[in-house]
Design a protein around this ligand. Sequence first.
Ligand code: FAD
Length: 625
Amino acid sequence: MSFDYDVIIVGGGHAGTEAAAMAARLGARTLLLTSNLETIGQLSCNPAIGGIAKGTVVREVDALGGLMGRIADLSAIQFRMLNRSKGPAVWAPRAQCDRTLYRRAARQLLEGFPSLELAQGMVTNLILDQAGGTRVGGVETADGRRFRAHAVIITAGTCLRGRIHLGTDTQIPAGRAGDQPSVELAQVITTLGVTVSRFKTGTPPRVDGRSVDWSKVSRQDGDEGEYRFSFHTRAQRPRQVPCWITWAGEEVKEIIQRHLKESALYGGAISGRGPRYCPSVEDKIVKFPEAKRHQVFLEPEGLDTHELYVNGLSTSLPVAVQLEFLHAVPGLERARMTRPGYAIEYDYYPPTQLTPWLELKTVEHLFFAGQINGTTGYEEAAGQGVVAGINAVRRIRGQEPVVFGRDDAYIGVLVDDLVTRGVDEPYRLFTSRSEFRLLLRQDNALRRLLPLAERLGLLTDAELRGAERRLDEEVSILAVARETTITPAQAARPLESSGTTLAAGERIALLAKRPGVSLGALLEAAGVGAAFAPEAVLAAEIEIKYDGYLAREREAAARLAELASFALPADLPYRELLTLATEARQKLDRVRPTSLAQAARVPGVSPSDLHNLVLEATRWRRRVA
Ligand code: FAD
């Protein structure tokens, strides 16, 4: 049999883009085959990248040579570092992106790989080998073309038997608004004996910014700092623009309550489960009836358009009702709706059917990545794309698979959660999913993953040299901070913000441990900071400040591994265990596990919940004894 390609990737979304980049970086003859070349890198919902935990994934993808960080930097029209009121160890980068610039940059970067071809075609069939159909050997498209490959990665997003809902009466077969659904491919996958399930997600209406009353909404600017996602490139940023904040109050609530039966979600038209953490406005009103108002962000869709994304009002109500409740939002009284919101139901494949390198257990060389594995979010898709792209190439070359550990990367947490615990609702990453959340930071993604990227050959020589220079700089800063003594007079200014003083000379590294004291300011005051890049100083500062916590986190994780056989009392009042996340409390109350090991397998129960569960169960035993 002759093969046209080493790897074919089906789908040009966020999983497909990264899988293609990884395969191409490894020198594989790669084809990215997608139903519409114009929608490569399409941000289907909110045009924003990053956020808490997700921003760290973007930096991990970037450290490995992936594209999401570079694309976001090229298209970011508002950049914010979330959690800045908390310690720098939990800062989270997030960028509002120009939707068109994002697509353009994705395609441009993909076209830069010499061993990667892009082609348009709706994949309708998989070619299987002769020996019992247990190995994939290529794909066929709706227009009759056949493409042979040693491995295939499917990243079809929400397209598989996708069905859009607008109220209870309007249902449109679609992959997302404006895209064909993928029905034949979904049927073929079913014939492979793969278990299929349904999830749903939704998106809010968009409005024309020219019809907004700006006097009634408040402005939110991005951060001043020169933040970027990518460690490897320093893209020229597009113009930065503000977002706007308003509220959905009692009137919106009343309208939605009045029309609740017409919602696809509440009128019984949709059976699949939706993402708990991106609830529809109907959900918010039903689940939090006591809340007086809900925040609504008006986010620009791009620099060349007035269209705004109405973040917070995702809905599956009929179009007329959407318009009615939009007009009840301050500032949107005369808003023109450019596109209605909708809900979409689609097939996903419970990910316990996959190996930890995302290959289907029952069909060799066939990989699944992205939303089809039950996740939600661009970043979660990108992380899986990286894993599938690297491993598809290694598989066909007869090399050992690469499995990211839970202490290596959020990508490791994500894939481990998926393939060992499975999902019972669309899976989204949170810092609480990780037992190593201080270790897995956005600032140290390069340090964590560069050795792997180097070993696998994912980076060019120039990228590698640049990354090493950057990490060396952090080491130099730490050395300078440990060796340099700062005098009380020099330290007076940097200490002002902490309300503390210095009686005698002290090493900078020791002084920087004080809360509210900036390492950068100390280095500068001591006259040894001028040559260092601010990002490298920040990374060194976090290492200094969190030194002790990091050591404790490692110990706690080791102890947790030993506690797997810990028995849980049958009468433990889970709903009252407030140190556990709400999701964990609800699910554990339902399952009532007998051991910590069983609790760990309940989807949605995070390692930190388990840690707290041990403490709570011990306390409970003492109380009832
Ligand atoms: P996608 O980005 O969807 O890409 C799939 C790709 O596959 C597309 O390029 C498509 O054209 C192609 N394709 C499909 N079938 C075939 C085929 N047979 N042949 C060739 N090509 C094919 N995420 C959030 O985090 N929060 C949200 O609130 C949220 N809301 C959403 C609302 C809607 C309406 C939608 C559609 C998605 C939403 N998402 C949300 C999810 C987010 O868009 C996805 O998680 C992310 O895009 C998944 O990436 P992916 O690469 O798996 O799939």
